[in-house]
Ligand binder design. Structure first.
Ligand code: SAH
Ligand code: SF4
Length: 439
């Protein structure tokens, strides 16, 4: 979502005459858009600020030009005052819900000479104030993110999101459809709908509330939109109608990121996740019945306070039962202000390290096995760029794997059929099917 937010900040600043530059050395303004989810991400902000300070001081010395330095995102929201105290050379600190006000903030900094903080949760909806002409976000402008829901009311024991992004809100359907149409008109073929709890989406449409499945059905009618994904979902909001949409809506990719965090019921309860391990298994079974080619991705946390060896083994068992194509796994990181941070029975770092290593080895095995299972199959590849070697092009499979194959650059922007023939560590190789050329 930070990638999306950064692109929208650029949109807001464009009318003021700002345009992207390739290096911070050449920038009149630098906005560091930050993440607070784990301690490591938050700590990086201060080392990065130190690096940027050097760059801006050198620029001032060599060219006489000052650089406007801002910190945005969730670290800004949570630690705004500390940022200004530790890095007084920062001109502006702004949270994730106020960046539509950037032009007036820039003017305020000009008046005040720096040190401005705006970390409100304003009553006006940010999206109503963002400009319509969105800039291309990603390579070749074929894929784009689109935020449809923000914030969270679930208050998992370990998580800062409800405090940094605020309460759960959904954008109205018409606003989402308008943005999606503009993206498709600009050449986008694949949209990933974003939200901290994207499947809790309940935007309004003609006076009633609309679910994610219904929204996806409306998006399906946009001519030229070929692929739809959504991220991140919560198991508790995986309604039957959404599972059925994976069977009935052809633009849904057969790939779903559905974080489970732990396979132990005791820990899931301590985490306040609101479901059991078996309930998760049951959702996966129903998804696979609805869409047999669906592959799953997930997030795991090891070492949540109170996690015993037995709890961890339950996580390993869940992974073995479900089998995942791709996953993200983290050591529990205590976040100030969250309920878990203050709990007794914190798990020692070396225990977390050992558990994470074992879990990641199993997940890696499953990822390799999934990639190997595609060898010999024909996959639809959205071609996005020229490839690593001359004469090659590269694109993404429905499962987001990069696939390299011999092909003409004129294929860029098309979905073509490719037979998968080789497996590398983080990508696949293939051969373009003859019939794809005829289409
Ligand atoms: N809304 C999503 C997750 C958003 S946060 C959900 O409910 O599943 C993205 C991921 O970061 C989480 O799934 C979790 O695995 C990880 N994460 C969040 N807080 C963490 C913490 N305190 N320590 C370690 N990992 C954390
Ligand atoms: Fe954080 Fe996700 Fe839990 Fe919300 S549902 S508190 S975003 S982990």
């Amino acid at each position: 979502m930070n990638v999306y937010d950064s692109a929208r900040m650029a949109d807001v600043l464009r009318p003021l005459g700002y345009a992207p530059v390739d290096r911070p050395e050449n920038a009149d303004m630098i906005i560091l858009n930050t993440c607070h989810i784990r301690e490591k991400a938050a700590e990086k902000v201060f080392s990065e600020l130190g690096r940027l300070r050097k760059i801006t001081e050198e620029r001032k010395e060599t060219t006489g030009k000052s650089t406007f330095l801002a910190v945005a995102g969730c670290v800004a929201q949570a630690e705004g005052k500390e940022i200004l105290a530790r890095a007084p050379y920062v001109d502006l600190v702004l949270g994730p819900q106020t960046y539509h006000r950037l032009p007036e903030m820039v003017a305020r900094v000009a008046r005040a000479g720096g040190g401005v903080i705006d970390t409100d949760f304003p009553v006006e909806a940010k999206f109503d104030f963002l400009p319509e002409e969105a800039a291309p976000q990603t390579s070749a402008n074929l894929t784009a993110f689109l935020t449809i829901q923000e914030g969270c009311d679930k208050f998992c024991s370990f998580c800062v999101v409800p405090y940094t992004r605020g309460a759960e809100t959904s954008r109205p359907v018409s606003s989402v459809l308008d943005e999606a149409k503009r993206l498709v008109e600009s050449g986008v073929k694949e949209i990933t709908l974003l939200g901290q709890n994207v499947n809790a989406y309940h935007g309004t449409w003609e006076g009633r509330s609309v679910t994610l499945a219904e929204l996806a059905d409306k998006l399906r009618s946009i001519h030229g939109l070929e692929r739809l994904r959504y991220m991140t979902s919560h198991p508790r909001d995986m309604e039957e109608t959404l599972i059925e949409a994976h069977r009935d809506n052809p633009i849904f990719m057969p790939f779903l990121h559905l974080p489970v965090q732990s396979g132990s019921d005791r820990i899931l309860k301590a985490m306040n996740r609101g479901h059991t391990a078996d309930e998760y298994r049951n959702i996966i079974t129903r998804l696979r019945q609805a869409r047999p080619d669906i592959a799953l991705s997930s997030d795991f946390i090891v070492g949540h306070p109170g996690e015993t060896d037995e709890d961890f083994e339950a996580t390993m068992q869940l992974v073995k039962d479900v089998t995942f194509a791709c996953t993200y796994s983290f050591k529990y990181s205590a976040r100030p202000g969250t309920p878990a941070a203050g709990q007794p029975f914190q798990v020692p770092e070396d225990v977390k390290d050992r558990r994470l290593a074992r879990l990641q080895a199993l997940l890696r095995e499953q990822q390799d096995a999934f990639n190997a299972s595609l060898l010999g199959t024909v996959q639809d590849i959205l071609v996005s760029s020229t490839g690593r070697k001359p004469g090659q092009v590269m694109g993404r499979s429905p499962y987001l794997q990069p696939v390299h194959f011999e092909g003409d650059p004129s294929l860029i922007g098309r979905v073509v059929k490719v037979r998968i023939t080789t497996q590398r560590t983080n990508s696949l190789g293939g051969v373009l099917c003859e019939e794809a050329l005829a289409v």
